[in-house]
Write a protein that binds this ligand. Structure first.
Ligand SMILES: [Zn+2]
Length: 195
């Protein structure tokens, strides 16, 4: 038997590897988080309406994750939530799109919503970023996006993937169905274009 010191992984007689991961209870969102989740520090999004020039300034690593997430999930819309102190994103949580028409709509399960609320609460954070993709259309809020926008303190960031070589990110505030575009500071250049 091959085993490491901690017993975290053991080679089984049938050639498979046994680990401590509880695969039965792992959720789709857990596996998405492993691939596209992000943790960092520093101001990423300014969402405080009291500030003069609200906008979105993405950490380059997070921008890479968002593009990979969206392009991998295409043609489905993907969705994720950023948490942090007001005006900042310290964690990005990609979540499973559970809408029954995922090509043109998105929804977050009650279970994931609860998990995110709890995470924010235990850290003393807010929901500061709502991210989703438009796989085939412009990154502008749809009528449904506006009607469903429930977090006035969050920046709504939409990644348009109609041209997969040049993903286009735009950011919005949506308060009481009033939509205003926010600047995306230092608009990120896709890595494969930056060369
Ligand atoms: Zn949308």
């Amino acid at each position: 038997m091959v085993s490491d010191e901690t017993g975290a992984a053991e080679l089984q007689p049938d050639g498979s590897v046994k680990t401590d991961i509880d695969w039965v209870n792992v959720t789709t969102s857990d596996s998405l988080t492993a691939l596209y989740g992000w943790q960092g520090t520093g101001v990423v999004a300014t969402t405080d309406p009291a500030e003069g020039a609200p906008g979105l300034a993405l950490n380059p690593k997070l921008w890479e994750r968002l593009q990979a997430f969206g392009l991998t999930e295409k043609p489905y819309e993907c969705v994720g939530v950023g948490l942090g102190p007001v005006g900042e994103v310290h964690e990005f949580h990609p979540v499973e799109n559970v809408h029954e028409e995922p090509v043109t709509r998105y929804d977050i399960s009650a279970k994931d919503q609860l998990r995110l609320f709890r995470r924010a609460e235990e850290q003393g954070w807010e929901i500061t970023l709502m991210f989703h993709t438009h796989p085939a259309t412009e990154p502008e809020p749809s009528v449904t996006d506006v009607a469903n926008a429930g977090w006035p303190g969050a920046v709504y960031a939409i990644l348009g993937l109609a041209d997969p070589v040049r993903p286009k990110l735009r950011a919005w505030r949506i308060v009481d169905e009033t939509v205003s575009e926010l600047p995306v500071a230092g608009a990120p250049v896709p890595p494969h274009v930056a060369g």
